[in-house]
Ligand binder design. Sequence first.
Ligand SMILES: *Cc1c(COP(=O)(O)O)cnc(C)c1O
Length: 219
Amino acid sequence: MGLDDINSRITREATRVGRNAADVNLVAVSKVQPNERVEAVLELGHRRFGENRVQEAAGKWPEFKTRYKNVVLHLIGPLQTNKTRQAMELFDVIETVDRIKLAKTIARVAEEIGSCPDLYIQVNTGDESQKAGVAVEELPDFVDECRGLQLPVVGLMCIPPIDEEPSLHFALLAKLAKQHGLEKLSMGMSGDFEKAIAQGATSVRVGSAIFGERVKPAG
Ligand SMILES: *Cc1c(COP(=O)(O)O)cnc(C)c1O
């Protein structure tokens, strides 16, 4: 538990599988955590965080960003089209691009504001009807569309089904990224980030194992 523990587990697993630990970014998922806990992690020098709701992030990160320099904020939850501009102004990375309408809106806003966060495409590797993400068979067309819109797509992201072996989903995501020439892989959470590192994750999203159990449901 805690930031130091997670960092050493990342280093240990990367080393074990012959990777460089510096190639694995830790996204500390601060959603619904009390501000004191987030601040404690900022005080330890950590700067990369993930939030799953635009509204919630907008309520705390502008202030943290003025007090702590070089914060890098990832959006890891679904993005409604009407919040695109707000999200693009607040987040440095958006990991949940998953439909054409959203891709087109991001492209339009990017042109207006003259910048765009790094983007990941979320892939629904488990083909779950209730889950966000592009279906595996639709990914080739979706990547083409995004590239046609000149979007800065850097990688793929997935959230495996809870009742399946995550390694299979991580391996699939790694294969898909390779097929499309995408370098970044956001995969792995508190319970399975070491498996994700073994499958090539360049970014792991860890919440409760750093901050403790969430005090409210994450929604
Ligand atoms: C909440 C969340 C996480 C972190 O979950 P933990 O199990 O607390 O590590 C990672 N990814 C996404 C998309 C999340 O919503």
